[in-house]
Design a protein around this ligand. Structure first.
Ligand code: NOJ
Length: 541
């Protein structure tokens, strides 16, 4: 087991993300819950992960599935009680699994008592907890748009003022320039550390130092000052792991955020690779260029090596399922899910596995009236208004909607995929009879066991943590090949990211290398569709 009091333990770790609403319902109300998670800790142990990141479980009106918090110190009742949470932390710890909570520090719910107070008047002490500008109805302070559509300003007639919200109207932005706000947040974080939480994922942390008058949201001038203060005040223990969500991150910024002196965060989630198949708007897809993807990863690998720390992920609750997106969720679902996993887990950084990824769950073929996510629902309404044909809107939603990742976890082939004995809050993907945990457990060649082996390998060979990355065949349109090297060990990761056979010659020094893991039997020859292999040589040759 890793010694989690030591700074940097997370460099050898693998985390698993749980979206609680869709993980497992224990009481039949159709909503996943903490007792459900508790009952699957042994499953997570079997997978071999060192920590679970829980998407928000705090009290919330659920306008954005919990990313709208009305009380940071309470659990949302359908998820369970504080006792359930304490039990989860303790039981997970017994299995060597750290609980990482999701901190939404950029905004609260409009139902948070701070905002309710803020609405009472400009003189109320909580008024300045949020970002207000004077104005008249119909004339917002500027033309800034909210990420979920519409203006970023909402008028409150009683105050003759607008408040700023980067996300939904029900998610007013906190004013980090007010030191009281920051102090309250640090205090709240310590409440969770005292309960045994061992780390945090920081929602849109690059946005907290916003300056809306200058139309600045991400990477405001005071951002690093605020993050350093947050880190010193709320995360003094060297063992606490922190990962900031930062859509604006480039390698230079990420190096500062994840500086090895620990003055800011452990690592950030960056999204450069994720945006490579995006056209004009988020909803418009362009084909992924493999050479561009490789160059992007190469840059992150090279520039953070020794200077910062990467997080590694392809899936999360905001993204379509990667096996549908960049793999093949039809004929080669299993092979391509494994290939994408090998491609990612061979790199330097801390891998994150999103619930269902470890069994190769796919996008959901929903109808236009079945989407739940407010971002998708708003997009459908907006695009209809703009005259887009329904067929095009549906194609965009099916390819890009966050709901693809939010359908209930597929546990078995019983009704509702074993997720609930009641009526699920959200439709179960109809492929659950084939794609489910029970089937994966019974098949030694399943995606699950491939992930299990990859996760174990990271613990066994230090080169996964320390090795220097070199990209081979940068222009190849189908093969993603790279090496990782330390003085003592060498890895060769070979992935055929296509449904066609491909010729491949082993690079010098790997002729008699051992195969650590592969998704096809036999030795390296012509690479079969979505074939992936990781080869190992102990010591430089
Ligand atoms: C990022 C979260 O991952 C997403 O789910 C949420 O909607 C926004 N931040 C707003 O909190």
């Amino acid at each position: 087991m890793l010694d989690k009091t030591v700074y940097g333990w997370w460099k050898s770790a693998v985390f698993y993300q749980i979206y609680p609403k869709s993980f497992l319902d224990s009481d039949g109300d159709g909503i996943g819950d903490i007792p459900g998670i508790l009952s699957r800790l042994d499953y997570l142990s079997k997978l071999g992960v060192d920590g679970v990141w829980l998407s928000p479980v705090f009290a919330s009106p659920q306008a954005d599935n919990g990313y709208d918090i009305s009380d940071y110190r309470e659990i949302w009742p359908p998820y369970g009680t504080m006792e359930d949470m304490d039990r989860l932390i303790a039981e997970a710890k017994k299995r060597g699994i750290s609980v990482i909570m999701d901190l939404v520090l950029n905004h609260t719910s409009d139902e948070h008592p701070w905002f309710r107070e803020a609405l009472k008047g400009r003189d109320n002490p909580y008024h300045d907890y949020y970002v207000w500008r004077d104005g008249k109805p119909g004339c917002p302070p500027n033309d800034m748009r909210a990420c979920f559509g519409g203006s970023a300003w909402e008028y409150v007639p009683e105050l003759h003022q607008y408040y700023f919200h980067q996300y939904a109207v029900k998610q007013p932005d906190l004013n980090w320039d007010n030191p009281e706000v920051r102090r309250e947040l640090y205090h709240m974080i310590r409440f969770w550390v005292d309960r045994g939480v061992e780390g945090f994922r920081l929602d849109v942390i690059d946005s907290v130092a916003k300056e809306p008058d200058k139309k600045i949201t991400a990477r405001g001038p005071k951002l690093h000052e605020y993050i350093r203060e947050l880190s010193a005040s709320a995360f003094p223990e060297p063992g606490l792991v922190t990962v900031g969500e930062a859509w604006s991150a480039d390698t230079e910024e990420a190096t500062r955020w994840s500086a090895p002196d620990g003055s800011e965060l452990s690592m950030v989630f960056q999204f450069e690779h994720i945006c490579l198949d995006q056209g004009g708007e988020k909803w418009d897809t362009v084909p992924l260029s493999l050479p561009r993807l490789k160059r992007c990863f190469e840059r992150w690998q090279r520039e953070l090596h020794g200077r910062g720390w990467n997080s590694l992920f392809l899936d999360n609750h905001d993204l379509p399922r990667v096996v549908s997106r960049w793999g093949d969720d039809g004929r080669y679902r299993v092979e391509s899910a494994k290939c994408l996993a090998a491609m990612l887990h061979g790199m330097e950084g801390t891998p994150y596995v999103y619930q269902g990824e470890e069994i190769g769950m796919t996008n959901a073929p929903l109808g236009l009236d079945e989407y739940e996510d407010l971002e998708t629902v708003n997009m459908i309404a907006e695009r209809r208004e703009r005259g887009y044909p329904d067929g095009d809107i549906l194609a965009s939603a099916r390819a890009r909607s966050r709901d693809n990742a939010r359908t209930p976890m597929q546990w078995d082939d019983s009704p509702n995929a074993g997720f609930t004995a009641g009526t699920p809050w959200f439709k179960v993907n109809e492929n659950f009879r084939e794609v489910n945990v029970k089937a994966a457990m019974e098949d030694p060649d399943s995606v699950f066991y491939f992930y299990q082996r990859l996760i174990a390998l990271r613990k066994t060979c230090p080169v996964f943590r320390d090795g220097e990355f070199t990209l081979l065949l940068p222009e190849d349109e189908a093969l993603f090949v790279y090496t990782r090297e330390t003085d003592a060990e060498r890895l060769l990761v070979v992935c055929n990211m296509s449904g066609e056979e491909r010729e491949f010659d082993l690079p010098a020094g790997f002729e008699s290398a051992a195969t650590l893991i592969a998704n096809y039997p036999g030795a390296v020859g012509v690479l079969r569709p979505w074939e992936a292999r990781i080869l190992y040589v102990g010591g430089r040759t």
